[in-house]
Every structure is written in C-alpha cells, then in structure tokens.
Design a binder for this molecule. Sequence first.
Ligand SMILES: Nc1ncnc2c1ncn2[C@@H]1O[C@H](COP(=O)(O)OP(=O)(O)OP(=O)(O)O)[C@@H](O)[C@H]1O
Length: 626
Amino acid sequence: MTEEKMRFEAEVSRLLDIVVHSLYSNKDIFLRELISNASDACDKLRYEAIAKPELLAGDAEFKVRLLTDNVRNVLTIADNGIGMNKADLIDNLGTIANSGTAKFLDAVSKSDNAKDVDLIGQFGVGFYSAFMVASQVDVLSKKAGEDQAWKWSSDGKGEYTVAEAEMEGHGTQITLHLTDEFKEFTEEYRLRHIVKTYSDHIGIPVVLMKADGDETLNEASALWTRPKSEVTDEQYKEFYKHNSHAFDDPWKTIHYQAEGAIEYTGLLYLPTMRPFDLYDPQRKGHLKLYVRKVFITEGADELLPPWLRFVSGVVDSQDLPLNVSREMLQHNPVLTKIKNGLTKKVLSELETAAKKDGEGFDKFWETFGSVVKEGLYEDQSNRDRILKIAKFRSTKGDGWTTLAEYVERMKEGQKAIYYISGEDIDALKRSPQLEGFAAKGIEVLLLTDPVDEFWMPSVGQFEEKDFKSVTRGGADLNDVKSDDNEDSKDEKKDDTASDASLDALIASIKIALGTGVKDVRESDRLTSSACCLIADEMGMDLRMERLMKQHNRVDEISPRILEINPKHSLIKKLSDVAIKDAKAPILHDAALLLLDQARILEGEALPDPVSFARRLDLIMEKGLGA
Ligand SMILES: Nc1ncnc2c1ncn2[C@@H]1O[C@H](COP(=O)(O)OP(=O)(O)OP(=O)(O)O)[C@@H](O)[C@H]1O
C-alpha cells in the first residue's frame, strides 16, 4: 500500500495552529461540527440518489454512528453519506476549500488579538476543530459509486498522509485519537449530553454503539417538521447555528406552515449579528430548500430577493417534484410563489417588530437597514412597505426617525422631504448647505449608506412629497414660514450686501472662475459660511457624482454652482470693492480662494493645492499689512 505524504496549505497550518491553541473555550463543539458534516454528507447523497438510486447500494437508512474505545482513548464518528475520494480528501481537508474559513483567517490576521472571541465567534472552522481534542485524526472514506476507499491521517502539525484503504460500504469514518486531557469524550454520558444539546435537531439518527445495544441520542426528526409547541427555544437556536453556520443567537425565529394553493413549511431566522460576508458578491445565502425533507440546494436566489439575503433557515416544499434539479429551479412558478410568500412573511414580521419592539427593530435596522434599502429600488412590489418601516438619522436628535414621523414634523409651507448624503454623520451635520435649513428649523435627513444614492432618485417621493437634496438646485426656503426670531433677522436689510454691489461681485467672480463653475449666485441657504457648492437642479447630486467618480462610473465631476452668502461680512466687503472697481486684483484671488474653500468644505481634494497655498499666503501677508 503506497502512502503519500503531503503538506497542508500554509493557510491550513495557520488555521490549525489557532484552533489547537484554544480558539474556543468550549471544546464540546468539535462533535457538533463533525456530526453536522456527517449529516450534510447524507443530505448530499440523498439528493444525488434521486437521479442515481444505485449510489445507495441498498443502504438507504442514513445515520451517524458514534463508536468509543475508552481503553485506546478513541472516538469514531461514522456516516453512510456521500463519502470522499482521494481528490476530495486533498481538496477538502488539505486546503482552505471553504470561503468562510479563508475570511476567518483574514479577519484573525487583521485583529490585534488572535483570541478576540467576538470576532472568532462568527466563524466555524468545521472539520479542523477535531484537532482541539485529538493528537491524531484518521479519516477513512469511500465515495458512493466508487470502489476504492482512502485513508487520510494527520497529527495536525503541518503534514498529512493519504493512502489506499479497505472499507465496507460508502461514507466516512472519522477516528479521533483523543489526548489524555480529553478522555471524557469516550464517556457515554458526555456524548449523550453533547448530542442532546447541539445536535438534537439533526434529521437523521445519531446512534451511540454500545455493547448492550445501540442508543439513538437525538430526536432524529427534522426540526421544521415538528409542531411549534414541541420545539424549545434552545432547539430553535441550536438549529439556527447548525443550519446557518452562525454563532450568534437569532433575533427572530419564524416557523410556519403555508397552506392553500402552495404548501410549504418555512423556518426562517433573522440574525442578530451581521454575517461578515454580507456584501461579498460570491456569498451563498443560508436558506436551504428541501422537497419533502430531501435537501435540494442552499442559498438559491430563487428563494429570497437579495435584499433579504441575511435571512437563513429552511423551506420545505410539498409541491415541487422530488427530482427537481438545481437548474430547473430558475423561473419555476412554484418557487416564485414561495419566494413571494417568504418575502411577505418576513416583511410582516418586520412591520410587527417596528410597531411593538422599537428598540429591537432599531438595532436590527442599524445592522441590516443598508441591505433592506436595496429593496427600495430592486423590488418595486414591496417598495411602499419597505419605505414605511425604513429608518433614518436626521438633524433632529440622535435617534432614528421614520418618514411618516418626519412628515408630521414638517414646517408650514415646507413641500419637500430634505436630505443630505455623505459618508460620515458628523461631517454631514456640519455641512454649510444645512445652515439655512437649521435657521428655519427645517429637519434634514442625514443619509450615509452608499445605497441611499441609488434608491433616492428612483423612489422620488413619500406620501406625495418629493425627496430633495439640499446640495442640489434652489433651496426654496422662502416659502417656509420662519421661526419668529429668524423673521426679524431676515428683515434687517442693512445686514446684507446691496443688490447692485452683489451683482458686481458675482460678475467678477464669474469672470475669474470662467468654466470652473457652472454658475455663481446668491444663496438663501447659508447663514454663517461665506460660500458653498451646489449641484444643478437637473444635474447629479454632489455626493452621488463623487461616489460614481470613486467607482469610475463617471470620468469627470461636472462644474458646480458656487453660492455666496450676501450676509457674510467677507462677501459684503468684497461686494463693496467690486462695485467701486470691478477689476481690482484682489477679486480674482478671492474668487479662486472662495471656490477652493467651498471644495474643502465639501471634503473634496483641491485640483491645484500649490496655487491655493500661494494665494492664501499672499492674502495673509496683506492682512498683516506687509
Ligand atoms: N463526513 C464527511 N463526509 C463527506 N465530506 C465531508 C465530511 N466531512 C467534511 N467533508 C468535506 O470537507 C469539507 C470541509 O469541511 P469543513 O467542516 O472544514 O467545512 P464546511 O463543513 O464546508 O464548512 P463549515 O465548517 O463552515 O461548516 C466539507 O465541505 C465537505 O465537502
């Protein structure tokens, strides 16, 4: 028998090192991981056997068997699932096949403290957890439909061997040579307890092989097929962890039976924590499709819209044919109906939570709101319902607000729902474009998710009120009734540069800036800043355009409108100069400085910082009377 010696991929060695050096304080979970893999292997064979029943070779009673030997200190976990051939063993147990594990390593390497349990808690390292309790692991496996069995062995220290082997039937037997410290895992009571705690929901029997007769340790009926009243919270939680490869607790568990035209059982979970790969385009969801308890596929886009991709669980259909292939799932009318049903169910659960559990819902929104908002432009049929539960930050207080609450607070004469968007809440709050709104007591929504730039233009309205960016077009603030003290301020005409002098200043700024700006005009939205940039009414929103530029979706930022504040003392002084001498050299430098200042306020890079610095020096020198 030839034995091949191979080295683990470097990443696996690193992973093993972390696992062995006590990643999880709770060692019991190695058994959950191995039983979970065994049950997945049985699910896979059950599915393959639909088309090729001969793969079962007469062994259709799927089960996981636990064998112990407390003299040799050995625990074996055996299944009659799909099995692995030589290539599978090398691919699955010698490299990082699982993208989640690769991400895990990535995250650990970025963390200062490799024992950062919160971070690590989000990941499962599956098979490799066996090395937490064993000094050597042997995997004997035969793939269903093949004749040759293989044995994989390793002490987890950098190398493993693969050799031809003998084995009856197909499946996988994982033998753990336990270290003395973990002798307890050959004790029947320990295994009974662990299986009950972590693997009770597994749909196939987990059987402890004993001298005095075998004992099935788990319930062995798929959890979702049991009546709700017979499932405990703990069991729901464990199933969530197993099914979703998650380590948090679910925020909501939705277990229901859909009856009528289409019959299916849904067991859906809304997580508490954001899965680390939620924005990874390669990510597969964790909603599994079963047809009458036979596993068909996982993470099918046909089951849930992308804006609900954080939902995990199981859907078991009565109406699909058992031999449905994964390819046949696309455009399948039954599946489309199930998808609509699941979406409505989750939405109504969210609506109820928004009404009855404000705090819980706010936390959910904080974690998943940016994903749910994708539904506002992707899912026309549910747009209105999503818009009603959507929450926003605003210039009123630090909490969240709904659009309905915003509308209730709108000022007399205010026609639009105002918003400003950008990357950072605090920077947004300081935007000069907000000054006039603040002075009139008008609330402005503060949007910081990139997705906001996409749904805003396509949704356009809420309760017939237009959404309007405060960085685009006219502010229309004159129609809104001011708070009393502000009215009197407005009336103080001598506070403002005269029309004629302001016109002269605007004309000279326009000449100085040329095509660098689209227009220069008087602002009604500024109170304390001298100037700001605004996008054209018809143009793209300032921040939207910047975002598109970052993603190379537009080549050039288009010229903006420079608004100047006629009440600002600098503008007044410049206006006085302009009316006396339109060609005064200071006006040219001042125009360029004002534009650069407005760019800085926008958080934009200056096109020519050297000239900016030179001009600033010059003006400072003049100020010092040099
Ligand atoms: N008992 C088994 N029978 C057949 N294949 C198995 C078995 N155990 C593991 N494998 C294979 O090895 C792969 C790696 O297993 P591992 O537990 O490391 O990751 P995983 O199960 O894919 O993901 P996770 O650990 O996040 O649940 C599995 O995807 C599977 O293909």
